[in-house]
Design a protein around this ligand. Structure first.
Ligand code: B1M
Length: 206
């Protein structure tokens, strides 16, 4: 039976109630946990990003896909061996100082994690120093802002990160943020939504 295809389908459909059982069946039938993670769980989420970008999947559906994928990953973790899952890179993500919105940022974090990045989510209302401290050994620092009133803090944070000469690339996002604004404040890029963030981070590190 094609267990890999079935599990991938469950991720795409956000069927969180069936995923654990299907994974157990697959393992029992001899499919390796490593293969399930890379070819079914991560590959499933890889297909979610573009579907979100093209408007075929909406936020609540994407959240379910990510939850389903993470449930599967958590279930398989004890069975994975060191080196089974290689990370695509380390990303530190947070919401800028003065801004308490975290739903979109958490969605971006979940999508990145589900796609194979190591993600450190430092939370909301984070001062520039906190991004710098947490991002010391990161490949990418991702900053979210949902308010026009916190865009100046985003500008300051990017400026500080760039002046500090930290090695990480800096990307920004959130409803009031645009590609143009990202360029203006000296960020390395902008992602419109969680799916685009995954695609863009992969590009940046390739
Ligand atoms: Co607030 N709020 N809010 N709010 N809130 C907005 C943002 C607002 C547009 C509503 C409105 O007036 N129409 C408005 C901002 C206006 C503006 O500045 N232009 C606003 C306001 C004014 C406020 C307060 C000032 C209200 C008040 O107290 N008077 C206040 C500010 C508090 C503060 O932050 N200091 C406030 C408070 C709140 C709540 C606490 C009640 C709550 C937040 C709860 C939480 O996050 N835990 C809240 C909410 C829920 C919203 C709305 C309704 C929804 C935001 C959301 O979660 N969207 C919002 C109106 C709206 O957007 N319809 C609104 C869903 C989410 C999945 O989308 O966050 O855009 P989004 O994330 C997307 C993309 O933007 C992108 O990817 C995500 C997924 O695809 N993205 C990134 C986001 N971060 C990224 C980072 C990246 C890349 C992509 O990294 C590079």
């Amino acid at each position: 039976e094609n267990y890999i295809g079935k599990i991938r389908e469950l991720v795409l459909e956000g069927e969180d109630e069936e995923i654990v059982e299907m994974i157990d069946e697959a393992v029992e039938a001899g499919v390796s946990p490593k293969e399930i993670v890379s070819d079914a769980l991560i590959e499933g989420m890889n297909q979610v990003g573009p579907l979100m970008a093209s408007g075929e999947l909406y936020v609540p559906e994407v959240l379910l896909c990510a939850e389903t994928m993470q449930l599967g990953l958590k279930h398989l973790k004890p069975q994975l061996q060191a080196g089974d899952v290689t990370t695509l890179g380390k990303i530190v993500i947070g919401t800028v100082e003065g801004d308490l919105h975290d739903i979109g940022k958490d969605l971006v974090a979940m999508m990145l994690e589900s796609s194979g990045f190591e993600v450190v989510n430092i939370g909301i209302d984070q001062a520039a120093e906190n991004f710098l401290e947490a991002g010391k050994d990161a490949d990418i620092i991702a900053i979210s802002a949902l308010l026009t009133t916190t865009m100046p803090a985003m500008r300051e944070t990017v400026k500080m990160l760039k002046e500090s000469k930290a090695g990480a690339r800096v990307i920004v996002g959130g409803a009031p943020v645009s590609d143009e604004f990202a360029k203006e404040i000296g960020a390395d890029g902008y992602a419109e939504d969680a799916g685009a963030a995954v695609v863009f981070c992969k590009e940046l590190l390739s």
